[in-house]
Design a protein around this ligand. Structure first.
Ligand code: ASP
Ligand code: MG
Length: 417
């Protein structure tokens, strides 16, 4: 079995979907296609979640916006909205509406997951129907019937054994089969939807690759492969040809936006090669992530995390920062589910960086202020360079005001403003 994953940009409009279907048409079966929500749908759904959670009327307008957008796209793609298509799409909106009719419960995380996966259900339905239209027999699969997780809503952990049994039953490794399914979501034991974290569709594809023992996986993107830096921030980026699994894990851990950080490990466990290729130029090679230990070409890799907030904590009394303080800080980070991107401690202070967009950040700061003096520096950037060279470091120092610098033999991290 081959596993393909298409992201939201690759299916952003009718022309894009036609292009994706062309790519699918040409490849050998058995094939499982994992698709993300179309374009910005997940972002709009996040607004629906917020509005629903706060009991705000805006919910209806937002849902209408999503509905109108998808129906317009369907019309564009098919010429008309067929009855079958309408039935499938209305059923998905029915699922959303029946949840929205209920008053939101206490847990934001739970509410989020019941709403957020609608985008993937819609995109996969549309893709499946259009493939049928062009003569590509396929089966639409509700991934929630294949992937079971715990109840850590918004960051669910897969139950591998349970999912293995379900996948065996639902994704048969038989010649000629083509499955179309959703990324990003799973379900808990009671059948409630769970999600794997933003941009989680890559991870879905790799979970499936692992469970079916795929021969390879391909992530289709709007870039030629994985570059040594984000072209939005750097000139002269170079495409990487080969990235060893271990290196890919490091890069995504530091925040390389190209692949979801959890994606690589399941593939590495079964030595399944991962290709990252361009859906605009599918004949080009792309980047291969596989076994080995040398990055090719061996160049410095830049990873930038924008909108970082640095919190510096100092004890309120005359004491030092001790293990108990650190334990307390980490337990608050866990409680508020805020990820620490960088940290540094001295005798008298503990400084750490988190995403400025982190939900609950204000609550965290408020609670920290009960025990520490808290200094806040915002609008910072965290630049990580793997395989740095002396010139690269000089360049960073020339271009930015460096607040903190941390270095080991092959990774340098700069907090800059
Ligand atoms: N649609 C989800 C998101 O935008 C999942 C994904 O794209 O991988 O986060
Ligand atoms: Mg997406």
């Amino acid at each position: 079995m081959i596993i393909y994953k298409f992201g939201g940009v690759s299916v952003k409009d009718a022309a894009a979907i036609r292009n994706v279907c062309e790519i699918i048409r040409k490849v050998r079966r058995p094939l499982t296609v994992v698709v993300s929500a179309i374009g910005q749908t997940t972002n709009t759904l996040e607004k629906v979640v917020e509005a629903h959670y706060r009991g705000n009327d805006e919910v209806l307008n937002l849902v209408e916006e999503i509905r109108a957008f998808h129906y317009a796209l369907i019309e564009d793609l098919f010429g008309v909205v067929t009855l079958g298509m309408k039935r499938d799409v209305d059923r998905i909106f029915g699922e959303l509406e029946s949840h929205l009719e209920k008053i939101a419960g206490e847990s934001f995380e739970f509410e989020y997951d019941q709403i957020i996966g609608i985008g993937e259900l819609l995109s996969s339905r549309i893709l499946s129907a259009y493939l049928k239209r062009i003569g590509q027999k396929n089966k639409w699969v509700d991934i929630r019937k294949c992937l079971k997780s715990d109840r850590t809503y918004r960051d669910a952990n897969i139950n591998w054994d349970y999912s293995q049994r379900l996948v065996k039953r639902n994704l048969k490794d038989e010649p000629d089969t083509l499955y179309i399914t959703q990324g990003f979501i799973a379900s808990d034991e009671e059948g409630y939807t769970t999600s794997l974290g933003r941009e989680g569709s890559d991870y879905t594809a790799s979970i499936l690759a692992y469970l079916v023992g795929a021969e390879k996986m391909v992530i289709w993107k709007d870039v030629l492969g994985i570059l040594n830096a984000d072209p939005d921030y750097f000139d002269n980026t170079v495409k990487l040809d080969l990235i060893p699994y271990q290196e890919a894990i490091e890069l995504s851990y530091y925040g390389a936006r190209v692949i979801h950080p959890k994606t690589i490990k399941p593939l590495q466990a079964k030595l399944i090669p991962l290709w990252v290729k361009s859906f605009q130029e599918p004949e080009k090679e792309g980047t291969l992530i596989a076994g080995g230990d040398e990055l090719l070409p061996r160049l410095p890799n830049y990873i930038v995390k924008k909108r970082q907030v640095l919190l510096t904590l100092k004890p309120l009394n005359f004491s030092f920062i001790g293990e108990k303080d650190l334990f307390f800080v980490f337990s608050l980070l866990t409680k508020y589910r805020i990820k620490l991107n960088f940290s540094q401690n001295t005798a008298l202070s503990f400084a750490f960086c988190v995403d400025g967009s982190a939900r609950n950040l204000e609550d965290l700061v408020r609670e920290l202020e009960l025990s520490f003096e808290v200094l806040k520096n915002d609008r910072l950037e965290l630049i990580t360079i793997r395989h740095y060279q002396p010139e690269t470091l000089q360049e960073i120092n020339q271009k930015h005001r460096v607040l903190i610098e941390q270095k080991n033999y092959n990774t340098a991290i700069y907090l800059v403003s």
